[in-house]
Design a protein around this ligand. Structure first.
Ligand SMILES: Nc1ncnc2c1ncn2[C@@H]1O[C@H](COP(=O)(O)OP(=O)(O)O)[C@@H](O)[C@H]1O
Ligand SMILES: [Mg+2]
Length: 360
């Protein structure tokens, strides 16, 4: 096991800057998730860590050792990819032990390590089967087994669960979490799925356009997003955004003036963020009436969709009216032909600079 230090690593392909100077200190035994939309540079960062792609600038250390110019095989890391190609003609036992055999590890040691990994991953009963006789989840565990037997300093995983169906993905998410608790190897895990990031990570690194937007523990990211991008990316359904105006310590929103809690008195236009779960049905410090466009019932919860003046989508600059969502606890029936009274507590809103998107 080892800590990993990424120091000012950047990457360009010709004129295209894929990673801006990227620095990250990963603690020994930590589970760090890189998350962001497709094309933001996650896989590139992981390939640079693995040695599969050279950095344009910067340095990488694994443990005390600088590995920036080392070949992948000399870095003492193991990678698990989305496409975990197993050898179809080899048994599970042979697939897991293949890398060790290639390194000339002796047979008893291979058997010992394969069986240890198989026990951890609960694939002991399938050791003599071939991949075609396994389920998708079992195959993915075999792919993890290949990484585990190497006893590397770190695991690098690039969207390893993307090919699995939704239910299995949730299951394997928990298994990888349990595995990490058990063997404690430093892990860098890449995904575009914010739920995966939030549920698995010790710390999340959220990226957009090759730039780190924020590095924080999941709860901190949710409660204290650094900017509009992070606020909109983390959480489901996503945070509602509205254009607002701060003047003389009050905020104009939903056609009314709301007194702002202390310390938020910068005058001018702002983007107001309000999480769907912070909107309640009925009494609240600030209330407003809506005519819902749609109500979705999830049993004890309802998603109430409504329009409001000034509403905007997370990534829209035009400020055109966009739908808002309230997520309320309510087990009775609600009709969307009725006008509903919704409300919120102003201490729970977020304010962002309307030009830079930075949290105010
Ligand atoms: N070999 C390459 N040549 C040119 N551009 C590349 C190459 N590999 C990746 N890119 C570009 O780099 C950006 C980041 O890619 P990638 O790291 O794969 O994103 P992610 O994994 O976050 O989806 C994308 O715009 C992609 O098109
Ligand atoms: Mg990728």
């Amino acid at each position: 096991m080892a800590n990993i230090s990424i120091r000012d690593v950047s990457k360009s392909y010709g004129a295209l800057n894929v990673l801006r100077p990227f620095s990250l200190e990963i603690q020994d035994g930590e589970f760090v998730v890189l998350v962001g939309p497709s094309g933001c540079g996650k896989s590139t960062m992981l390939k640079i860590l693995a040695g599969l792609e050279p950095a344009t600038k910067g340095q990488i250390f694994i443990g005390e050792r600088e590995v920036t110019d080392l070949a992948p095989g000399d870095r003492d890391i193991a990678m698990v990819f989305q496409n975990y190609a197993l050898y179809p003609h080899l048994t599970v036992r042979q697939n897991i032990g293949f890398g060790l055999k290639m390194r000339g590890t002796d047979k008893t040691e291979i058997d010992r390590r394969v069986e240890e990994a198989a026990r951890i991953l609960e694939v002991m009963p399938y050791l003599e089967r071939r991949p075609k006789d396994l389920s998708g989840g079992q195959r993915q565990r075999v792919a993890l087994g290949r990484a585990i037997v190497r006893q590397p300093q770190a695991f690098l995983m690039d969207e390893p669960l993307s090919n699995l169906d939704a239910k299995l993905r949730v299951h394997m998410r928990a298994e990888i979490g349990a595995l990490h608790k058990r063997i404690g190897v430093t892990t860098v895990y890449v995904t575009h799925d914010q739920v995966e990031a939030m549920t698995m990570a010790d710390r999340v690194v959220i990226m957009q356009g090759g730039v780190i937007q924020q590095i924080a523990a999941p709860d901190d990211l949710f409660n204290n997003p650094a900017n509009l991008f992070v606020a909109g990316f983390i959480g489901s359904p996503g945070m509602n955004f509205l254009n607002g105006e701060v003047y003389d310590g009050t905020l104009s929103i939903f056609g009314q003036k709301v007194f702002l809690p202390r310390g938020r008195h910068l005058p001018g236009p702002v983007v107001v963020g309000l999480r769907p779960e912070h909107i309640v049905l009925g009494d609240a410090p600030v209330t407003f009436n809506v005519r819902p466009s749609l109500i979705e019932s999830l049993g004890s919860e309802k998603y109430i969709y409504f329009e409001a003046e000034g509403a905007r989508a997370a990534d829209s600059e035009d400020g055109k009216s966009k739908g808002l969502i309230a997520r309320v606890s309510h087990s009775g029936s609600l009709s969307n032909s009725d006008e509903l009274r919704l409300g919120f507590d102003p201490s729970q809103i977020y304010l962002f600079d309307s030009k830079t998107g930075e949290r105010l």
